[in-house]
Ligand binder design. Structure first.
Ligand SMILES: [Zn+2]
Length: 413
């Protein structure tokens, strides 16, 4: 498949606002959010997690493939992987409206089953549950939401319906956010289609820039996907039982039966209530959107605190990490790359605030200076290689969003 056929651009125009909701004053440009299968799937759709997490893309001349680090922000096919005996990861294809779906991890103990994140589309969550029932005859007893974003939580109701004894668990802040923000998605969602239509009709993006023919085609694809997604969500709108009922502040430990699981809040970062799920014996970490591959989702949150949170993550003893999006990684090299990137951007924004001035009015000037001073091309290559969707995502969402969020965190000092 070629990138010209990909409905990536449309998603990006609204993804910032959609994912980061009320906290995001301005939708953060546009970029794609999904990824092709990780390349080692077998005919059964099962794959093994083998990616070398931190391996940097080679130089432009000897890049072996178009995918960034063997991965892309665009996911076209559903795939599953067994990352340890009784520990499974489901990667979901992007929704028809181009919205990305978070990974789901399933941890089976001798007594109980714990799942991490319920993805975006109820139809995908239903498929996940059918798959879980092939992996184990035990019911899912716990569902952890790593954070409140729709692409990790909108399947909660499907789990509630399937497993009567289910407890949904989240950090205290995430529980509040799910209770507050998530029902709003049902009123906001139809606006998504309206905006896509406006972009197609005007031929311009939110900033008045002329869209290319390819971008307009992408908006048309995304628009066509609105109706089937809305058909799924419409029924959920009146439900109020999708909110976590068990909240924690720092840590909750589980013994699923021969399987120790620690649900931890390492600090704020992607949101105010990020949870990670750690399996100390198997040395597996499920990171939620604190870590996404191949390009980090940095369109909001708390960049300064994210650095400390990721440093705390790096101190955990693990060698397999399940990101919120993207393929399963080995080692800590990619995590360290993201920390390095965050440090570089934060120090640039800090310097420019002192040089240019603070306050909301100076954001654009600071952003321009930071982009001019940083070696953006090198960072883009490191994360996105020559995968077009990932490159667009890096520019339009991650870097731009990171500068904006860092500025918002720093200027009021
Ligand atoms: Zn996500």
């Amino acid at each position: 498949m070629t990138s010209t056929t990909v409905p990536r651009f449309a998603a990006t125009a609204l993804i910032g606002a959609a994912l980061f909701g009320a906290g995001c004053a301005k939708p953060v440009a546009s970029s794609p959010l999904a990824a092709p299968p990780t390349g080692n799937a077998t005919a059964s759709g099962e794959s093994t997690a083998t990616s070398a997490g931190g391996a940097l893309p080679a130089s432009a001349s000897d890049r072996p493939a178009t995918r960034a680090q063997g991965d892309s922000v665009t996911t076209r096919e559903r795939s599953t992987a067994t990352i340890a005996p009784g520990v499974y990861v489901i990667r979901h294809e992007d929704a028809p409206d181009t919205f990305p779906q978070g990974n789901t991890t399933v941890i089976v103990g001798e007594r109980d089953v714990l799942a991490v994140d319920s993805c975006y589309l109820p139809s995908s969550a239903k498929k996940d549950i059918q798959q879980i029932q092939k992996w184990t005859n035990k019911p899912v007893r716990y569902l952890v939401n790593t954070h409140w974003h729709y692409d990790h939580t909108m399947g909660n109701g499907v789990y509630k319906d399937a497993f009567s004894g289910l407890t949904i668990i989240a950090h205290r802040e995430t529980r509040k956010q799910i209770e507050g923000y998530n029902p709003q998605w049902f009123t906001k969602f139809p606006d998504r289609g309206t905006t896509f239509k406006q972009r197609i009709e005007s031929g311009k993006d939110a900033d008045g820039r002329q869209l290319t023919a390819g971008e307009i085609a992408e908006f048309k694809t995304a628009l066509a996907g609105i109706e089937p997604v809305w058909a799924e969500f419409r029924d959920l709108a009146p439900r109020r039982d999708m909110t976590p009922t068990l909240a924690f502040d720092r840590e909750l430990d589980f013994d699923l039966g021969g399987r120790e699981v620690r649900v931890q809040h390492l600090g704020r970062g992607n949101t105010a209530g990020d949870a990670v799920v750690y399996l100390p014996r198997e040395r597996i970490l499920i990171a939620g959107d604190l870590l996404d591959h191949p390009v980090p989702y940095l369109g909001g949150g708390y960049p300064l605190e994210l650095i400390a949170t990721l440093e705390a993550m790096a101190r955990l003893d693990f060698d397999t990490v399940v990101p919120g999006h993207g393929k399963v990684l080995r080692g800590k090299a990619y995590l360290e790359q993201v920390i390095e990137f965050l440090r570089a951007v934060v120090s640039q924004v800090d310097r420019e605030i002192h040089r240019t001035g603070s306050g909301p009015r100076n954001l654009e000037a600071v952003k321009k200076a930071v982009l001019a001073n940083m070696n953006v091309a090198a960072w883009r290559d490191r994360f996105a290689a020559d995968d077009k969707d990932s490159r667009d995502f890096f520019d339009g969402f991650s870097l731009s969003g990171l500068i904006t969020a860092t500025y918002a965190e720093l200027w009021p000092r």
